[in-house]
Design a protein around this ligand. Structure first.
Ligand code: FES
Length: 582
């Protein structure tokens, strides 16, 4: 890319990183160009055009990203139009619905793949194509560690689900249906019939789940073009956005506009405020902390509370509300929400569009006040993520107030503990389980190391016998995560986790626990000497994984308050690679 040196680098006669491969007039250059020409590229494609890598998380095993090959064609056209040379490449794809034990186990692995693929190959700029939950943060984290001019294009959400005359939201309604079947109010036939009606077009989950949250927050961070978050996957304007992203990638190379110039602390603060206004997924907490760590930005768990606390939830979307992403786009999308909370934002932040955030939202409008509420008359008074601390979570824990039951936000109850995910499955619906509506369900060993990969089961099911009594929510506490499509009074990401010896490991059934969201407090009401006695008797957690990625992950994964990145991946390596093998 262009640099500010006045004397041209002889290795980079066009001022491009890709010159070190394609501008060479020797046998190395011959090899680099010759093999590429077997794909039909004309000689003039190698004469100093910025090479734009189209980093594609397409996979038929990742249905939410199944249309990304087609979308890449629109990026490609945009790159060509702006005078660049587009080259598409595949990276690890993470399928939220299919992968075992959980995609979060592989987010960092995918980010390593993205980083290595970008770093080792001759590209000057990058367009990241992602959609399903973990593919988006994995791509950004990997790209951030290289720090080329880069922007993200999301695959976009599915069309709204429709079933028997009513709207269905991805994930959120699965949870409702599952509870209805357990309570005996929905037949298995009806349950099965709802499947096809829920996922009826290409795209990612169409609630404000993790995929839509991340696609929207990256728009707010400035690393995606306006309306990236909400345009439906099958709307032609998604293709037009991909085209524009291709064009902008070439221009960004000429401008030398790198991720590190966009992703500053104020940009993260803007994203936290946007997340609050959106009622976004708790998973975003982990992903943005990990992304900031790749860039050396001082942004942590308490910033989520600090910046999001005063922002109400403005958006009436599932799982916090009623509408879906399609409605959100028609109502004005992310730019309209950003404009609504503009007084809280740093509007001078640069974006990949080449404008500031403020310039990008100057003309934004709200077209449906049922979907996007006014700041002065919000949908819910509390939007953001509350960060809890106390002797049960010295490293912090999170709760999403907009998805919780107001009456349970201050609650004292007795613990009913489950030692792990298998124990939960075995006993939660046991008619003999000693539990009532005031109990607090506590799940252990489902954190970053314990599961491993931090399972999305923090919204423990309500015991069937309580569902039948009409109980729809209870306080639940764990070191697990929760799907962005889920809801409830659910305390998540307790750090340190039980498998790392956190106090969660010491909780026993019958212990009193106090939750006070307003005071940001999570307290285990057990005397210190008793906790010390339990700790002395606690056996160290043994991982069953002795080889491969799982072992590497277990040995190096950081806790939830540090974004669940691997310790050796924090930071970046830059884009310069000195060696060649030929
Ligand atoms: Fe892929 Fe929800 S399962 S976005």
């Amino acid at each position: 890319m262009a640099d500010d040196k006045t004397t041209p680098d002889p290795k980079r006669p066009n001022g491009l990183r890709s010159d070190e491969w394609f501008a060479r007039q020797d046998s190395y250059g011959f090899i680099y160009r010759s093999w590429m020409k077997n794909q039909g590229h004309a000689a003039r494609m190698f004469d100093g055009k910025p090479v734009i890598g189209i980093c594609n998380t397409w996979s038929e095993f990742t249905p939410c990203n199944g249309h990304l090959r087609a979308l890449a064609e629109h990026v490609r056209r945009g790159v060509y139009e702006a005078g660049g040379f587009p080259l598409e490449f595949p990276v690890t794809s993470l399928s939220e619905p299919l992968m075992r034990p959980t995609t979060m186990l592989f987010r960092n692995l995918a980010s390593m793949d993205v980083e290595a693929s970008i770093r080792s190959q001759p590209m000057d700029g990058v367009v990241l194509l992602a959609g399903c939950d973990k593919t988006t943060p994995a791509c950004l984290m990997g790209a951030a560690s290289v720090d080329l001019p880069t922007l993200l294009v999301s695959g976009g959400p599915m069309l709204s689900g429709r079933y028997e005359g009513r709207t269905l939201g991805s994930g959120t309604d699965v949870i409702r249906f599952k509870d209805a079947v357990a309570a005996g109010t929905m037949t298995m036939e009806a349950f099965m019939a709802a499947e096809a009606a829920m996922s009826r077009s290409a795209g990612s989950c169409m609630t404000m789940g993790t995929a839509s949250t991340m696609a929207s927050l990256y728009e707010g961070l400035g690393v995606a073009l306006p309306q990236n978050g909400a345009i439906p996957a099958v709307d032609a304007r998604r293709q037009a956005l991909a085209f524009e992203a291709g064009r902008r990638a070439v221009q960004m190379v000429h401008e030398n506009l790198r991720l590190s110039q966009v992703l500053s602390k104020p940009a993260f603060a803007n994203a936290v405020r946007l997340n609050a206004a959106l009622g976004g997924s708790t998973n975003a907490v982990l992903h943005l902390i990990a992304l900031a760590g790749r860039l050396g930005v001082d942004f942590g768990l308490d910033d989520w509370d600090r910046y999001g606390r005063e922002i109400p939830c403005l958006v009436n979307l599932m799982p916090s509300g009623k509408y879906l992403m399609e409605d959100f786009y028609y109502a004005g999308g992310v730019p309209a929400v950003l404009r609504e909370i503009a007084s809280f934002l740093d509007l001078d932040q640069p974006t990949v569009a080449g404008t500031t955030i403020g310039q990008g939202i100057a003309d934004a409008q709200v077209f449906d006040r049922n979907v996007i509420f006014e700041l002065g008359k919000p949908f819910k008074p509390q939007g953001g993520i509350a960060v809890l601390r106390g002797n049960l979570a010295p490293g912090g824990a999170v709760i999403k107030p907009s998805a919780a039951t107001p009456a349970l936000m201050q609650h004292r109850g007795q613990a009913v503990t489950f030692s792990d995910a298998d124990d939960l499955k075995k006993r939660i619906h046991d008619p003999g389980l000693q539990v009532d509506a005031n109990s607090i369900l506590v799940l252990k060993n489902c954190g970053p190391r314990g599961y491993p990969g931090m399972a999305e089961i923090g919204n423990l099911p309500i015991p069937a016998k309580l569902l039948q009594l009409g109980v729809t929510d209870m306080v639940r506490i764990s070191d697990a995560r929760m799907s962005g499509t889920a809801f409830g009074t659910v305390v998540l990401h307790v750090a340190p986790e039980a498998a790392a010896g956190g106090p969660l490991a010491l909780v026993e059934t019958g212990d009193w626990i106090e939750l006070d969201v307003e005071a940001r407090r999570l307290h285990l009401d057990v005397p210190d000497d008793e906790l010390a006695r339990r700790r002395a008797a606690l056996a160290a957690f043994q991982s069953p994984h002795t080889r491969g990625w799982e072992k590497l992950y277990f040995d190096h994964v950081l806790q939830a308050d540090q974004g669940v990145d691997l310790d050796f991946l924090v930071g970046g390596s830059g884009d310069y690679v000195p060696r060649e093998s030929h």
